[in-house]
Design a protein around this ligand. Sequence first.
Ligand code: GLN
Length: 551
Amino acid sequence: MREGESSVPVKPTKYIVVTGGVLSGLGKGITTSSIGKLLKSRGLKLAAVKIDPYVNIDAGTMNPFEHGEVFVLDDGGEVDQDLGNYERFLDLPMGRANNITTGKAYKAVIDRERRGDYLGKTVQIIPHVTNEIRDHIKRAAKAADADVCLVEVGGTVGDIESAPFLEALRQLHLEVGHKNMMFVHTTLVPVMGAVGEQKTKPTQHSVMEMRRVGLHPDMLVCRSETRLDPKVREKLANFCDVDKEAVISAPDARTIYEVPLLLEEQGVADWIVKRLDLHPEGRDMGAWKTFVDRVVAPTHHVTIGVVGKYTDLADAYLSIKEAFVHAGAAQDTKVVVRWIDAEDVERATDPADILGSLDGVLVPGGFGPRGAEGKIAAIRFAREKKVPFLGICFGFQLATAEYARHVLGLADANSTEINPTTQHPVIDLLPGHTADEAKGATMRLGASEVRLAHGSRVAQLYHADVIYERHRHRWEVNPGYISKLEGAGLRYTGRDPSGELMEMLELPDHPYFVASQFHPEFKSRPERPAPTFAGLVEAARRRVEARHPKE
Ligand code: GLN
């Protein structure tokens, strides 16, 4: 495509842009996902693009402490957790193309400039970078053959970083026309003073900020603790020049999954359908409602400890948290997740002091030595005390090391990631991989085939012999130790198609001891929980019932 040119999709795709004002963390992602859910329930075909105005190419190199979890897609894309929410709410597989960052947009333009594609012209933010952004969004919509393409703009309107994106969207609006594109602005309505008055000024200012860049919101989604007062709603409509019916109240919900239902009640989707002249086919939120009812009023309770490193930041394990919500709902069970710092377990004289009251233990993915010994201690505790256990990625690797140490008697068995000079590198880089590459894009990433041993526990859980799950790792079980480990009772019941890479392990004489090299949490969906999470919750429930038979 030449400079300045752009391809208009044949079918008029409608665009819904979601921006955020006043402050970050207002739940733009949940708003976007919820609107999408309502439109999907009306039979419309969706695409979604998340704009991240940071300069990183993707989230792959970002520290979970700072940024929350890195979500991994089927195609190996490492993205922001908002794409995880799109997948969970919309049950729509996303790919790298569904995310655009400042880094990606500039890189595409700079690469083209180096190739000489601009024929000696001065390359500028406008039009070259803005065209790239616009084309990226249109390509994503076209690839999905979407009726509606959702575009979520990360950051807050008024940030310098998001300016080129907003300009690109302004141009797209002009190009596709007003009836094909609308803007939803999420904002905060704080409560002040003794009388608890809902204040509209921050929203007014934030809408003014949008107008400054040539955008006009069609709908306001107002976050507040309680529902918007009708008078406040009217005032917002009037001062922000938005239809009163399109001033939406988004009070605190009991669960994020309830938000689509709260928006539906207020006619959000009907308003959008009219505004964009969409042609929906029916609507069905029945199964979703059943799921939400189970999440908010469960009969049973279990407590599961997640022994990790980023335990101060629940966002760092967001997909794990959500996978527990899905698995719990399917079993009418509330999963109380206790976030446990692996270093506390390491320091404890007896791990039982910290882990003793748990109904299950999960050791999640991780990188580097900090806390690794605590995780190994937690795995040993779960194995020996027969507490249901699930290991994921690093948790799978450390379960192998733990078994090698305490059952095979290889005292310093370890991953070479943790101890490069161990006598027994049971987890190692396979030939062709070097430790230098361990950071960044050279990991084994994305979905690939896993074959499950016939009749194994994991094959029963998946009701399948072949599965596709997502990976994000570099180290592998060292093939030199497999027959010894299996000889001592550990069973590798999932392998890659070549049979060389170990993917899942289980212990037969244990209520539930399962681990996987892949991350099952990324493919867990509200109505289709990850099988190994379901297995853990079920085993934890049995343990509770065995302890308190009358419950
Ligand atoms: N650090 C380990 C590896 O790179 C595990 C990665 C993970 O848990 N995501 O292989």
